[in-house]
Each structure stands twice: as structure tokens, then as C-alpha cells.
Design a protein around this ligand. Structure first.
Ligand code: TNX
Length: 589
């Protein structure tokens, strides 16, 4: 049973309880504090980390080329040509169509490859005729017989042609080019992730990949309210999304434990409401310029930020900042526990709509993307009717900002508003009838089923951090479902996509974020991107295994799931030392 359906919200097990009060984690369990170290150490022990034998000067040589199909998410179409392998020459250039956004993708490609190769990789505006690395926007004139003219690749598709002379990526859009770049990155040896030069042959397997996403919305959510994560951490998470062709980052910006975005018209929301977090630490919030930095870093990676202001429940932090809205006009104490469902804004108080309009107006103005998420989950102390009327008014406020409203699926009973999107987080026991009815009225769905897609669930009972109310989610469980057929009564064409939420009651650091993301994020990314016919656990686990060495080389700690056949350390190869997890994102490219 999930919290929303529970009469009494469940208590995550190992945290101490204080009488009848919600549990308040006073200190982090020792196991939790150790998770980052363990994640990195276990990943190293699992043996995927050695990219190749050491050369005379001690640097590591990349191994032989991957296979063309060794890509996550699985591409739509792969045609290998073993006679056409490409090797990146030291004097290669990145040639790109003369378009600023395409050029930006070319700069990102060069910046990804320079540290490990040590090559200069200049970016040049001269795509045709090209050898080396070539990015073509729109592509050359194509004949009707061409199986994949750029236009058919759609808004995010790409075509990758690897021949002995060139790697050519063609797309109708810069987003498509970037997805092609991420595929190319995976086809290079794992040592390409090294931040220092590595000797060796930078080979790419020959052939053609033609690829497009199954769903337009492919996302992950980071809860920055329960524990606050600074800008650098968020940028690094954006890099992780980009690797796996995700295109939305949902930021859960407000909750009982903290309000994380400055609002000029209501400064106390951040300064008072953002002053703490789960466990009582100092919390924090994003200034408008912090938030803009996140948005623009994401935009360069063709990732749309979806801000969430959770209303009318999960609002204890609002009430600490605005006691006039609290029962009896008395501010509640800041909340540093991990219980849910107790707080709410009073739908009968007109002042809450003024606050919602101020906040949503400012957040909309800071956000270039089309979405504005209003939460709507677990207002367990409000009568259903008052809750539905509240949601209807807030939906109208969002419409007034020009954005499309998104809400957790509890908003389903509220009246339909054009374009609205519900985010399903139910577990299998929950009856989807009300959601199916909302879909019949025109709502679209993002799927985040808690028992498959919740990245805050433990992998196994031994996982040192995480909830377990939706069960254990090992990699196969995260992978083995079909978003197109998940909910009874909801047709596949109502499904906008898939999102993997990471709630952070238990997650306190970037290392812990990565431990919970990897390897499940790539599994969910594959469900969101790849055609249904490619869905195959046995094949996926083999492809995923090859990513362990990449993550290790990139300093990403991960859960070394026993379900995945991570490559053994190469005989005679050097084991790389466990690296500290970097706190910086990829250098701005
Ligand atoms: C339910 S999912 C919640 C969150 C918790 C999460 C923990 C949803 C919309 N609400 O408030 O953080 O469970 O798994």
C-alpha cells in the first residue's frame, strides 16, 4: 500500500519513532553515512573498472571497439558493418552545419572527447564533404529511396553512420544531434569517460543506427525539498539524464521540510521556509539566478525543467513562513521528519489563492518550458470536495500563466482542463478507474509507478538507504513493465511518457543520489525511449553491464546489482583506484 492510500501513512522502518509523533531522524544511520563509500567500493569490487592494460607511461589503453548495438537505450534500428570501423585520428575535427544550436552540440561533443583523447578536436563550420566527426542538421538532400530522411527522424531522432573515414550524425533538430552524440559516446571505449588523457585507439564500430524515441516525455525527478541539493549537484544529475536521452528534469521544489526557490513577492517562503531539511540540517534554496543556471544548463542538453510547487498538502514550510495561513494564525514548528500527509493550505481561505498566484506566476516567468507541476498528492486531511475545488482553481491559475498543468494523479477527480497531465505514481493495488476516467475526459499521463519507477525504493533489504513501502526495486523490476499497457483503461496514446522520481527523505548527498540512480535510471530511460519490440531483459542486462566501467571511469558510484553481468577485471589489467565522487558537473561545454 502506498502512502496516499494508507489511512495511516507508513513509517519507513529503521528511523526512530517519538511517541505518537511522526518519526524524526535525529542522526543518519551509520549505514547510510557509509553508502557513498560503499557504492564506489562495491562498484570497483564488481570489477568493471579496468578499461585496459597500462601502457609504458602508466596510462590506460582503451580496449577494442564495442558492438554497434551496445547502446542504452536500445536504438530503433541497428545495421552493423564490421568492415567499416572508424578510428578517431588525433587531428580530427568536429564539422557541423552552420547553425548556432547545432554548433553548440558540436562543442559539447568536442568537450566530451578532449579530456580522455587529449586531442584538440577543433570545431569547424564545414560539414560537406566531411571526414572525422560530422554533425548535419537537416542532412544533405536525400532521395525518396532513403530509408531515413532527416524529417522522418522527427523532433528528437538521429541517424548515425560510421564508415572508415567518418562518423556522421544527421538529425532534423539539435536535440536529435545531441542524442546521436550520446550514442557515439557509448560506442567509444569506456576510457572515453576518463578526465585525463588515455593512450590508445579510439575506435567506433562500423554501420548505421537510425533511432527515435517511443515517448516524447522521458524524465527523472529530484526532490530537493527533503534534502537540499546545490546547483552543482543538480547540473551533474542533468548530465546523467542527458547520457540516457532523457529530456525532462522535474524538480520537486517544495515540501513540508523546505521551500527551495526564492519568490520575490513572498521572500519569507525561502528565507524562513527553506531554512532546514530532513534531519534538521541547514537546508537552502535557489535564487532566481541559481534556478536560471539550472534551466539553461539543462536547455543546452535539450532537457526541459519541470518545476513543482506542491499544493495544497506538503505545505508545512509555507505555514512556517506565513503563519497567517496556519490554523489559529500560529506558525507550526519547522518539520524535519519524514512523515507525509499532515499539512495543508485551507481551501476556504482566499489568501491561499493569492499566494498560489504569486508563486506560480513567478515560477512560470522563470521557466521557459511548457509545464508547471502543482503537486496535489497526499492532502490527507482535506475533504475530497474541498480538495477538488482547490485543485480546479489552481489549475486555472496555471492556465493563466500560459503553462500546461501537471499534477500527481490524485488531482484526477478535479474538473478537466485542456491539456492537463496527470502523473501516475500508484502501485498495482490502486484502482486506476478515476485516472482512466480523467483520461477519457482528455488528460494525458506520465507514468511513475511507485513499485517500478521510484528510485527512492531500496534495491534489496540490505540496501542501506531508501524506502520500502512500494517494495524492493532491483534492476529487472525497474525494467520489466510496459508503459504503453500499464494501466487498465488507459490507451497507449494517452501516455506522454515515463518519469523516474527520486524522493530524498533518505538521500543526503550526490553520491547517494548516484547510488540510487544507477543502474535503474538507464533501465527506465530504455522503457521511455526504445521501441517495445526491443524490450528484452536478457539483452538489456548485457548492454547495461558494459556501462559499469563507464560509470567507474566517470566517478559515478552505483549499485553493483547481482542481476547484471558486470565485466570481470581484465587479466593483467590494472584495477583503477576507487575515485572520490566529483562534486562538480561536467565542465560547462
Ligand atoms: C509518496 S509520490 C510521496 C512523497 C514521498 C514518497 C516516498 C508522492 C506524490 N508523494 O511525498 O516522498 O512517497 O516514497
Amino acid at each position: 500500500m502506498h502512502p496516499g492510500a494508507a489511512a495511516v501513512p507508513p513509517t519507513p522502518s529503521p528511523l526512530p519513532e517519538t511517541g505518537g509523533e511522526p518519526p524524526v531522524p535525529t542522526a543518519r544511520p551509520a549505514a547510510e553515512a557509509a553508502v557513498a563509500e560503499r557504492a564506489t567500493a562495491e562498484a570497483t569490487a564488481a570489477g568493471p573498472a579496468a578499461p585496459g592494460p597500462a601502457s609504458a607511461d602508466g596510462r590506460l589503453a582503451p580496449p577494442s571497439p564495442a558492438r554497434l548495438g551496445d547502446v542504452v537505450p536500445a536504438p530503433e534500428h541497428v545495421a552493423p558493418d564490421p568492415a567499416a570501423d572508424f578510428t578517431l585520428p588525433a587531428d580530427a575535427a568536429v564539422r557541423v552545419s552552420p547553425d548556432p544550436a547545432a554548433r553548440d552540440v558540436a562543442e559539447q561533443l568536442a568537450a566530451l572527447l578532449r579530456p580522455a583523447t587529449g586531442y584538440p578536436l577543433p570545431v569547424a563550420d564545414a560539414p560537406l564533404p566531411g571526414d572525422g566527426l560530422v554533425l548535419l542538421l537537416g542532412g544533405p538532400t536525400r532521395t525518396d529511396a532513403d530509408p531515413a530522411p532527416a524529417a522522418a527522424l522527427g523532433a528528437e531522432g538521429y541517424r548515425l553512420d560510421v564508415t572508415p573515414d567518418a562518423v556522421r550524425i544527421t538529425a532534423a533538430t539539435p536535440a536529435g544531434l545531441l542524442h546521436g552524440v550520446q550514442t557515439l559516446r557509448q560506442l567509444l571505449p569506456p576510457a572515453v569517460e576518463s578526465t585525463t588523457p588515455v593512450d590508445g585507439r579510439w575506435a567506433v564500430p562500423g554501420g548505421t543506427v537510425v533511432d527515435r524515441p517511443r515517448f516524447p516525455y522521458r524524465g527523472a525527478m529530484l526532490d530537493v525539498a527533503r534534502h537540499f541539493f546545490g546547483v552543482a549537484d543538480v547540473l551533474r544529475v542533468i548530465d546523467h539524464l542527458s547520457r540516457y536521452k532523457l529530456n525532462h528534469l522535474h524538480l520537486h521544489l517544495t515540501d513540508d521540510q523546505g521551500w527551495r526557490i526564492a519568490v520575490d513577492s513572498r521572500p519569507r517562503l525561502a528565507t524562513v521556509g527553506g531554512a532546514t531539511q530532513v534531519g534538521g540540517g541547514p537546508g537552502g534554496w535557489y535564487t532566481a539566478s541559481d534556478y536560471r543556471r539550472i534551466v539553461s544548463y539543462a536547455a543546452r542538453r535539450h532537457i526541459t525543467v519541470v518545476p513543482e510547487i506542491d499544493l495544497p498538502g506538503h505545505t508545512n514550510a509555507v505555514l512556517t513562513a506565513h503563519p497567517e495561513l496556519a490554523p489559529g494564525g500560529v506558525a507550526p514548528p519547522p518539520y524535519t521528519g519524514i512523515e507525509v500527509g499532515f499539512s495543508y493550505l485551507d481551501p476556504a481561505d482566499e489568501r491561499v489563492y493569492a499566494l498560489a498566484a504569486d508563486v506560480l506566476g513567478e515560477v512560470a516567468a522563470l521557466t521557459p518550458g511548457p509545464w508547471l507541476h502543482i503537486g496535489g498528492d497526499e492532502a490527507l486531511n482535506l475533504p475530497a470536495d474541498a480538495y477538488a475545488r482547490f485543485v480546479e482553481r489552481v489549475q486555472e491559475i496555471v492556465a493563466g500563466t500560459g503553462k500546461t498543468v501537471v499534477g500527481w494523479h490524485q488531482i484526477a477527480p478535479a474538473a478537466h482542463l485542456d491539456g492537463r497531465v496527470l502523473q501516475w505514481w500508484g502501485a498495482p493495488a490502486e484502482d486506476p478507474a478515476v485516472v482512466a476516467e480523467a483520461v477519457r475526459r482528455g488528460a494525458r499521463l506520465i507514468l511513475s509507478p511507485a513499485d517500478r519507477a521510484y528510485l527512492d525504493m531500496r534495491y534489496t533489504p540490505e540496501t542501506p538507504i531508501g524506502h520500502d513501502w512500494a517494495g524492493m526495486i532491483e534492476v529487472a523490476r525497474a525494467y520489466d513493465w510496459d508503459p504503453g499497457a500499464h494501466l487498465a483503461g488507459v490507451p497507449a496514446d494517452a501516455v506522454l511518457g515515463v518519469e523516474a522520481p527520486l524522493w530524498t527523505e533518505w538521500v543526503t548527498s550526490l553520491a547517494e543520489v548516484e547510488f540510487m540512480l544507477f543502474p535503474r535510471l538507464p533501465a527506465l530511460a530504455e522503457l521511455a525511449w526504445s521501441p517495445r519490440r526491443t524490450h528484452d531483459w536478457a539483452d538489456f542486462r548485457e548492454r547495461l553491464a558494459g556501462h559499469g566501467p563507464r560509470w567507474s571511469a566517470a566517478g559515478i558510484g552505483f549499485h553493483p546489482s547481482p542481476e547484471v553481468p558486470w565485466p570481470a577485471a581484465r587479466a593483467g589489467g590494472e584495477r583503477r583506484p576507487a575515485r572520490p565522487v566529483p562534486t562538480q558537473p561536467d565542465p560547462v561545454r
